[in-house]
Design a protein. Structure first.
Length: 343
């Protein structure tokens, strides 16, 4: 049964008290591209109304009125090829212990038969996923002290360690990188999961004015990386994780139509792994700098999310909302003290 939780911020404040001075710093210090911010204004020419069946999460056709399933997925080299990610509407990259990263993968328009490898939840997932309402959230365990917070969060847990159905290990893969989920079965265990609604994104097939050409963009993490390489022939960004192409089980590499490099404040959450690694809390409520990549161009924007329940908007300096290209979106949450590389 879904239990509505109190706001996570007071809980995290108590857990993180005295652990990290970064909690008091709200500065956004990600290195900006050499070009000045580009002002984006709506096109003066009228555009026809979009079809009514478009996904509010990705702008893809056939996505209206469908439930939301979020799955935590491994993105290390041994986890490849990753299974089912091509069907996702949105893929988030989150820093975890030891400077590694994990993926929070959002499905709604299309739910694949199989997804994985599936890994554990993190404290940042609670705040990040609150904007989706009460989605189904499938994962494989979490740090013991975090379990009560996850249980009280506004999503429906579908947890391998708690005996949920739909999980199995893939032959030929190690146990650490082989847990798969039969996605329709995972979603079926949360019959009241939220229907997809707007989380602040807007979409347009027309390329916004301005922007500057881009070849690659890299989101750095202390012990991993995510690089997006423009593929002009295919009209998408090829995804590289940890220095090599992120292979897809469907063949080729993972691909993104729109990429967001979102600068966020981080601090020690008070949680950690059994090896002594500290779990960072990624603050996705508030404001900050971001870079939006689409159609082989990049725009510097500001992001804003006033509350946990609010969606996230991305606006140019003149206040106009920058539309995304319809299709799969990758959002890399990057420490505001790191330096994004754009060429």
């Amino acid at each position: 049964m879904l239990v509505r939780r109190p706001a996570i911020r007071p809980v995290l404040a108590l857990l993180a008290l005295g652990l990290c001075a970064a909690c008091s710093s709200g500065a956004v210090s990600v290195a900006a591209p050499s070009a000045s911010p580009v002002l984006v204004s709506p096109s003066a020419s009228p555009t026809p109304a979009p079809p009514s069946n478009l996904s509010p999460l990705s702008g893809r056709p056939g996505g209206a009125g469908k439930q939301v399933l979020v799955v935590k997925v491994d993105n290390t080299r041994p986890a490849q090829p990753q299974v089912g990610l091509r069907s996702a509407d949105i893929v988030y990259i989150e820093e975890v212990e030891g400077g590694l990263s994990r993926l929070a993968v959002v499905f709604s328009t299309s739910v694949p038969k199989l997804v994985g490898p599936i890994r554990s939840a993190r404290i940042s997932d609670i705040e990040l996923l609150a904007q989706y309402g009460a989605p189904a959230f499938a994962f494989s365990g979490a740090q013991t002290r975090m379990l009560p917070l996850l249980k009280a969060a506004p999503f429906y847990e579908v947890v391998h360690d708690l005996g949920a159905k739909g999980f199995s290990y893939a032959p030929g893969r190690s146990q650490d990188h082989g847990l798969m989920g039969r996605a329709p079965e995972l979603l079926a265990q949360a019959p009241k999961a939220s229907i997809a609604h707007s989380i602040g994104f807007t979409f347009s097939t027309a390329v916004p004015p301005g922007g500057r050409p881009i070849r690659t963009a890299t989101a750095p993490y202390p012990a991993s990386s995510a690089t997006f390489v423009w593929n002009a022939k295919a009209g998408v960004f090829n995804v590289w994780l940890n220095g090599s192409p992120s292979r897809a089980s469907e063949g080729g590499t993972q691909q993104a139509t729109t990429v967001v490099l979102q600068s966020v404040r981080q601090y020690d959450s008070g949680f950690g792994d059994r090896y002594g690694g500290r779990t960072p809390m990624l603050v996705t409520v508030g404001t900050g700098t971001a870079w939006v990549l689409r159609n082989g161009k990049v725009w510097q924007v500001r992001w804003s999310r006033p509350t946990e329940q609010s969606g996230t908007t991305f606006t140019a300096a003149d206040g106009s909302v920058l539309p995304f290209a319809p299709g799969q979106i990758w959002v890399a949450l990057v420490n505001s003290k790191a330096k994004v590389k754009i060429t």
